[in-house]
Design a protein around this ligand. Structure first.
Ligand SMILES: Nc1ncnc2c1ncn2[C@@H]1O[C@H](COP(=O)(O)OP(=O)(O)OP(=O)(O)O)[C@@H](O)[C@H]1O
Ligand SMILES: [Mg+2]
Length: 251
């Protein structure tokens, strides 16, 4: 790590714009996430939350603006992009595990292929991570043999196996049955407490209140509010946030 990178925000987006054809989905996005901070992104469907996440590890290219991870601009392509992606772990709503590989192999795969980690070390690390997310006893099973909550915890372990600097979560519990949501949120809360820098799109208001340092509220491709959770939930400034909270909190 260079000296310069140490003080830089872990995620920095400056005047980022993104279009899908005519549709302006990210409008002049400016955000800095310091090292160790947990940011929850809220907002109505279609407001651009997933696109924001996906642009941060360049699953979606942006049209203009700047994105930096740990002080370094996002490379456009090639080997540098692969290295940067390895620094940014991502967990999606759908677990995206390789169906024909065991849970252990799923977690070992990227460290061996991308980080060129030796098999024994990769296995040891993978087992430690599976232990940490509470599914070490499922290591030899295939994804379809696990519950949704267990699969999502495996997906988190797989992302962590790359030793990322940042973790992005896009609605990680939305596809889960209610009884499995907490086991995934518990893992995420522990990660947050351990100091991982996290950007989390979620509708879990308990997590937003308890684990987030900051809430970013998006509407129509814009960041409308950016405040601490207590402030956002008790005194939202914009009508759009008030409307959103009114709908979501009466569920
Ligand atoms: N690949 C795509 N091609 C064209 N339009 C897209 C594409 N992906 C997203 N969009 C549009 O961009 C806008 C933002 O979508 P995005 O998925 O980022 O919203 P979101 O806030 O994550 O919504 P949700 O809460 O439903 O997941 C929406 O209008 C969506 O229809
Ligand atoms: Mg989305």
């Amino acid at each position: 790590m260079t000296e310069a990178a140490t003080d830089a925000p872990m995620i920095r987006m400056v005047e980022v714009d993104k279009f899908f054809g005519q549709l302006h989905v990210l409008k002049n996005i400016n955000i800095e996430v310091p090292r160790g901070q947990v940011v929850v992104v809220l907002g109505p469907s279609g407001s651009g939350k997933s696109t924001l996440c996906r642009s941060i590890n360049r699953l979606e290219p942006i049209n203009s603006g700047l994105i930096e991870i740990d002080g370094k601009p996002l490379p456009a392509e090639g080997k540098e992009l692969a290295t940067l992606r390895a620094d940014v772990g991502m967990v999606f709503q759908s677990f995206n595990l390789f169906a024909h590989k065991t849970i252990l192999d799923n977690v070992m795969l990227a460290p061996v292929k991308v980080r060129k980690m030796a098999q024994p070390e990769a296995k040891r690390t993978a087992m430690e991570l599976l232990e940490r997310v509470g599914i070490a006893n499922q290591a030899q099973k295939y994804p379809a043999q696990l519950s949704g909550g267990q699969q999502q915890r495996a997906a988190i372990a797989r992302a962590l196996a790359m030793k990322p600097k940042v973790m992005l979560f896009d609605e990680p519990t939305s596809a889960l049955d209610p009884e499995m949501i907490n086991e995934v949120l518990d893992v995420m809360t522990t990660l947050a407490e351990e100091g991982m820098t996290m950007l989390v799109v979620t509708h879990e208001m308990g997590f937003a209140r308890n684990a987030a340092h900051r809430v970013v509220f998006m509407a129509d491709g814009e960041i409308v509010e950016d405040s601490v959770p207590t402030e956002f939930f008790s005194a939202p400034k914009s009508n759009r946030a008030k409307d959103f909270l009114g709908k979501i909190l009466t569920h």
